[in-house]
Design a protein around this ligand. Sequence first.
Ligand code: OVV
Length: 409
Amino acid sequence: MNMIEGHMAIEAPENVPVWDVDPYDHDILRDPFAYYSELRSRGPFVYIPKYAILATGRYPEAREVFTDWERFVSSRGVGLQDFKLEEPWRPPSVVLEVDPPYHTKTRNVIARALSPKAIRALKDSFQQAADRLIDELLIKGTSEMVVELAEAYTTTVFPAAVGLSETDSRRLVDYGAMVFNALGPDNELRRKAMAQGPDIVPWITERCKRENLSADGIGATIYAAADEDEITLEEAGMLVRSLLSAGVDTTVTGIGSMIWCFATYPEQFDILKADPKLARPAFEEILRFTSPVHSFFRTVNVDTEVSGVKIVDGTKIMCSLGAANRDEQQFPEPDKFDIKRMPAGHLAMGQGIHGCVGQVIARAEVEAVSTALANKVGGIEFAGEAIWRPNHSIRALDTLPVTFHGKQS
Ligand code: OVV
């Protein structure tokens, strides 16, 4: 069998356009919107020879692949590598990289630990942290918002909510970067991220142990499920690892992208200021518009057909969530940023049984920040060039120099 990037090197299926593009080109990762548009226009699927994969940027196909977990499995990895053929860099996630029936058990445990009821108790502390930080940034005036706001805030409130006894902003952020870069090709970007493993992975593993977690956090709730024999102690530790894998870079990126959106579209920030209750729909539109996780894969686990295209077992399908969220068939005037749009069904947090299990806490974290902005900040203005940081699965800001102006009172 011919392999490429850890999966079977399939041929282009009949009637599927071949597109000689590299979706991991750094120019595309930094500014993907022309690529997204061409991906959608070429067809429901394209075949990308460099990686021998199918890619879809259209909403209906991306949604179909994401929701049908029986034909499009996660247990063979959600990146380029097929775990059936190659061993992944770390033991697979017991919730992201598994299928039912096993998935149902772990998902239930982590979903309960992150339920609306569990998260409600955290809302006040999130708001206090956000208010305090925005006050400081207002006094400072101009700041680099990736480090000073998005990372500073997320790596304070989230580890506290999980109950970590020790936090390290850099290691948490860089672990996320490793996990998300690992889904892409074995190139320089991935190797550079992975080179940090010996420093970061043992630290993460240590943080996931029960004795290093507070008695009242989300981590403790997960371990309590092991006491009830719902999961094993080892699985509990692995689910805490999932929290640290998926809960930091995603939220950091969401907050950075929110500031970027409001600096780019100040009239939309004025609308939020006039009605701070728009914090929730505003975040949905920020998610749709920026798609912090730009792509995830599924692996075809049975010869099948989608939109008239015959697809064979072992095919890797790259679902471009960023492209699907700008599909004009689904979202009229998709390139318009409109916080009142309420973009129901956007794919930024996935869809179906693997849809983001942390979305309640993510929303609570981000909405505390947007509420603080709406209540305290008069204007959000770029103070230099915003620079995006290439990552194989996340579209994150690297540098975001911004000035917060006070409210005239
Ligand atoms: C990158 C990512 C997303 C979601 C879940 C996980 C990782 C996990 O490790 O479970």
